[in-house]
Design a binder for this molecule. Structure first.
Ligand SMILES: Nc1nc2c(ncn2[C@@H]2O[C@H](COP(=O)(O)OP(=O)(O)OP(=O)(O)O)[C@@H](O)[C@H]2O)c(=O)[nH]1
Ligand SMILES: [Mg+2]
Length: 309
């Protein structure tokens, strides 16, 4: 984009093509595909994904460095409008804090669905923010002629800087989102080294990847009462030795996580280990046990000790 300096056009010329760097929040109601989008944008899996709502509970950064710009994308928990325990309040607080601190917002919705919950998320985004409307899951839209009237409907709700329909899962039109966002970043020097992909620790990523497997491999309700605590994380050369506790809310849930003959937990930890070995590019020894902490999700102190903000 052409930068025009008000007093000195030559300065404006000099700024053209200069480096841009900034923070971009990815927000939306649960399950619209925010984390899938983050992973697609940076070309690597950093943020966990599942078909269940409320998978993401923390802010997760993903860094993309290109020739002319560096994006620090910040994935956020799906904004909660229904359940109201301390965990949900913490997740919503995370969304608001991230929104206060970024240069640009990607507001993500699902193609063909613009609900009251989407409107509530929109109302949390400050008036002063630049917002790109990201219409995700266009691959699910059977009748493509519905897209334009749908865009017309949603754009009544806010003055969006840009509107980009895409499919995060299929990787369609994601590059157009990056192109649209680049001129909206402030001019500046890179905030992170070129080869960095996240500012979250290996310890954090280990607990998240394990939690993803719990979300994916346990029944419908169970994952919401589950948290992961990394009790030991040691690096010995190319080997990571990780001891993790799965925290469950009720004594009866313990046996459901472990499964008959320990099969369930074995499968969960083995799938997590395989992915962590790929992520860390080294061997992982992962030991997982299950611990009951009744009422942890509505206990501010327990939440703090589990790393919730
Ligand atoms: N068909 C289709 N499915 C998608 C697309 N993007 C994401 N999904 C699916 O939507 C579900 C939710 O994806 P997530 O990325 O976990 O969604 P999220 O918005 O981060 O969810 P929360 O963290 O729970 O708020 C998963 O089953 C994804 O595979 C897409 O472009 N097309
Ligand atoms: Mg997510």
């Amino acid at each position: 984009m052409n930068e025009q300096h008000p007093d000195n056009p030559a300065l404006g010329q000099a700024a053209e093509g200069a480096f841009r760097a900034g923070f971009v929040a990815i927000v939306g109601r649960p399950n619209v595909g925010k984390s899938t989008l983050l992973n697609r944008l940076i070309g690597q899996k950093i943020s966990i994904v599942s078909s269940k709502a409320q998978t993401t509970r923390h802010r997760v950064t993903g860094i993309l460095t290109e020739a002319g710009a560096q994006f620090v994308f910040v994935d956020t928990p799906g904004f909660q409008t229904h359940h109201r325990n301390a965990l949900n309040r913490s997740m919503n607080r995370t969304v608001s804090q991230v929104l206060a601190d970024v240069d640009l917002v990607f507001f993500v919705i699902e193609a063909g669905r613009f609900t009251d919950d989407d409107r509530k998320v929109l109302s949390v985004i400050p008036e002063s923010s630049s917002v790109i409307l990201v219409i995700n899951k266009v691959d699910q839209l059977k009748d493509k002629t519905r897209l334009l009237p749908f865009i017309d409907q949603v754009r009544q709700a806010r003055d969006f800087t840009e509107i980009v329909p895409l499919s995060a899962e299929k990787g369609r039109h994601v590059d157009e989102l990056v192109k649209a966002a680049t001129p909206l970043l402030p001019l500046g020097t890179p905030l992170y080294e070129e080869d960095e992909v996240t500012d979250r620790s290996e310890r954090f990523l280990a607990s998240e990847f394990l939690r993803e497997k719990l979300f994916r491999l346990l029944g419908d309700e169970l994952p919401y009462g589950i948290a992961v605590e990394i009790e030991k994380f040691e690096v010995e050369g190319n080997l990571r030795r990780i001891h993790a506790a799965v925290i469950v809310d009720k004594p009866g849930h313990k046996s459901m996580v472990i499964g008959r003959g320990g099969e369930k937990l074995k499968r969960i930890s083995s799938e997590a280990r395989v992915e962590l070995e790929k992520l860390f590019d080294g061997k992982v020894f992962l030991e997982v046990w299950v611990k009951v902490k009744s009422g942890w999700a509505d206990d501010e102190r327990a939440l703090k000790s589990l790393g919730y903000e």
